[in-house]
Design a binder for this molecule. Structure first.
Ligand SMILES: [Fe+2]
Length: 334
């Protein structure tokens, strides 16, 4: 049963940006031997003759990274919630080879899952020139807008940076657990409101065609706190006649959440060759807006996977069938 949490949560995933900024344990520099192993694995993958989405761990052998991948897992669940792997030689790789590397690493960390209603398993994150506000199904990652804090779908996302923007596009992370603790300390009443239902625009991505999802932002389940943060889509849901207006308490709770999130942000520049791996239940992320290069071939380019984890946490029943966590929920049943 879901329940309400009314006490501070003691969890290594609770950290402030101030506290973690000067720690370097969340950045893992890949060694030359590990990079060689990854480059060799790309060749093995090509020699297998399989297409990208048929590649398994055996077609992407990276035993030199076994200990590093164990560390990534420990950080994801039971640790600070995220890791940045640094140093992939993406400038020397084709786009296809970079996709193979991300997919191969992902297969060793978890199971890649669809990221949209169409079932795409690997997304390119780049500016398409489209706008969220004037369409029904364009999502934030397809624009150059600043992205407010949110979480992605599935247990974990992996984001590989191939190319950076001309300026801006800084990565922003914060701990959803720390934010909760801070809200609880200031306004326990609003900590409760955030554990009650909100209406969210499903952006045409629900497999069952439901346009509005109703669920809380914070979920306390099996002694863990999980978040589903879709503030932008809570606001766009307000355009539907059947959605009730946000209550004053809900507006206040969202405003406090955003204020406390800013107080706790960890901001950093992803470099070409970085891979960010983060737990979606404890880590929220965003980015600053960006200005891109005139040459389309040079433009900011990220590749993204969503994964379920073999050691994923128990999930609240309300996640069943949800656009963000339905696949993860279904995996727990297998
Ligand atoms: Fe995202």
């Amino acid at each position: 049963m879901s329940d309400y949490v009314t006490q501070r949560i003691d969890d290594p995933a609770a950290w402030s940006g101030r506290a973690i900024r000067d720690r370097q344990d969340w950045i893992v520099d890949l060694s030359p031997d590990q990079i060689d192993a990854i480059v060799a694995a790309v060749r093995t993958a090509k020699d297998s003759g399989r297409n990208l989405f048929e590649l398994g761990r055996d077609e992407f052998p990276i035993s030199a990274l076994a200990a590093t991948i164990d560390d990534v897992h420990r950080a994801l669940e039971g640790g600070r919630g995220f890791t940045v792997l640094r140093g992939l030689p993406v400038a020397e790789m084709s786009e296809d080879d970079a996709k193979t590397v991300l997919w191969g690493l992902g297969r060793h960390i978890g199971t890649p899952e669809p990221q949209d209603g169409a079932g795409n398993l690997l997304h390119s994150v780049r500016d398409t020139g489209a706008r969220v506000e004037t369409t029904d199904n364009i999502r934030s990652f397809q624009t150059n807008d600043p992205q407010r804090f949110h979480n992605d779908g599935c247990d974990t996302f992996m984001l590989m940076c191939r190319q950076t923007a001309k300026s801006g596009g800084r990565s922003r992370l914060a701990s959803a657990v720390q934010i909760f603790n801070d809200i609880l300390a200031q306004r326990p009443d609003l900590a409760r409101v955030l554990q009650e239902d909100f209406h969210m625009d499903a952006r045409g991505q629900r497999p069952d065609g439901v346009t509005i999802q109703v669920m809380p932002i914070y979920h306390w389940f099996a002694e863990r706190l999980s978040i589903n943060l879709k503030l932008r889509y809570i606001h766009t849901a307000q355009r539907f006649d059947e959605v009730p207006p946000l209550s004053p308490a809900q507006k206040e709770a969202i405003a406090l959440f955003e204020k406390v999130a800013e107080e706790n942000v960890l901001e950093f520049d992803m470099q070409a060759g970085d891979v960010l791996i983060a737990n979606n239940y404890t880590i929220i992320h965003g980015r600053t807006g960006f200005e891109d290069w005139p040459d389309p071939d040079q433009r900011r380019h990220m590749l993204r996977l969503w994964l379920t984890l073999p050691e994923g946490r128990p999930l609240p029943p309300v996640f069943e069938g949800s656009r963000e966590f339905g696949a993860s929920f279904a995996r727990r049943m297998n």
